[in-house]
Design a binder for this molecule. Structure first.
Ligand code: F6R
Length: 253
């Protein structure tokens, strides 16, 4: 389950290899996507490899994990905007191929419920990319989220608002709510890839490694999935390595 690589670039390379292999054998791949700083090097490398291999992305379908409530797709801090800039425009992925919850829907609860159905009706997600919050969230499933949750509206925790306010001009501009795929939606993906990079993720990486499966550590639900890969760079794995050593990690990989 755990793979420790030197730095974010090496992880980006490996993850992109996995994705391009999948895409070359299944051009109609259903790919679950995440946003955030962790994903930037992954998308940069993925674009490079897809272009290098001249892979066809016209039959790809994408499902993003989440979107802030109140931010229109044109808002520079919206996840729609992030995805367009980081992946969709460079790969010429068309709007019809893309699914992201709408943060400015009139009825956000209805929007959320419809999103889970859309994923299911499409036949589910083949590969889901995930990052992790410093409080253990995946998507925006904050600690305490029920394991059987489908896509829903969430009030962001103070921890998440503080972490993510770095992207906004001021803390007050940071949204208070989001729509997120639920833990159940995530767990239905056939293959899950969690990427954890940077020294600021070392504590949550250790917490996740040591955690029992509990809603207090949302990412711990992944321990119940039969096809998960967790990629950590050396900075993020530092505390695990200090405490448990490489051998134990090798036994888990
Ligand atoms: C983003 C998402 C979040 C992030 C997490 C880590 O779509 O669902 O769970 O993956 O907050 O964010 P970064 O990568 O910015 O540290």
């Amino acid at each position: 389950m755990y793979h420790i690589l030197k730095n974010p670039e090496q992880i980006a390379y490996q993850v992109s290899q996995l994705l391009t292999q999948a895409l070359s054998t299944h051009p109609d791949l259903h790919l679950g996507l995440a946003t955030g700083s962790t994903m930037k090097p992954v998308y940069t490398e993925l674009i490079k490899q897809i272009h290098h291999q001249s892979l066809d992305c016209s039959r790809l379908t994408t499902f993003n994990l989440d979107e802030y409530i109140g931010l229109a797709p044109e808002h520079p801090q919206s996840y729609h905007y992030f995805m367009k800039e980081q992946l969709f425009v460079p790969l010429n992925i068309q709007t019809e191929q893309v699914h992201i919850p709408c943060g400015v829907a009139t009825d956000t609860d209805q929007e959320a419920a419809a999103y889970s159905q859309e994923i299911e009706q499409a036949g589910g997600i083949d590969i889901q990319l995930l990052g992790i919050g410093t409080n253990g969230h995946i998507g925006f499933n904050e600690p305490g989220t029920p394991f059987d949750s489908l896509t829903h509206v969430v009030q962001l925790s103070d921890n998440t608002r503080i972490d993510n306010s770095r992207f906004f001009e001021s803390f007050d501009e940071m949204p208070t709510h989001a729509i997120t795929m639920g833990l159940e939606d995530i767990m239905r993906a056939k293959h899950i890839i969690l990427v954890v990079t940077g020294a600021h993720k070392a504590q949550v990486a250790l917490d996740l490694y040591e955690s029992e499966v509990t809603p207090q550590m949302p990412a711990s639900i992944l321990k119940n999935h039969s096809n998960v890969q967790v990629f950590l760079d050396e900075a993020a794995a530092k505390l695990i390595i200090e405490k448990y050593g490489h051998e134990l990690l090798a036994a888990n990989s």
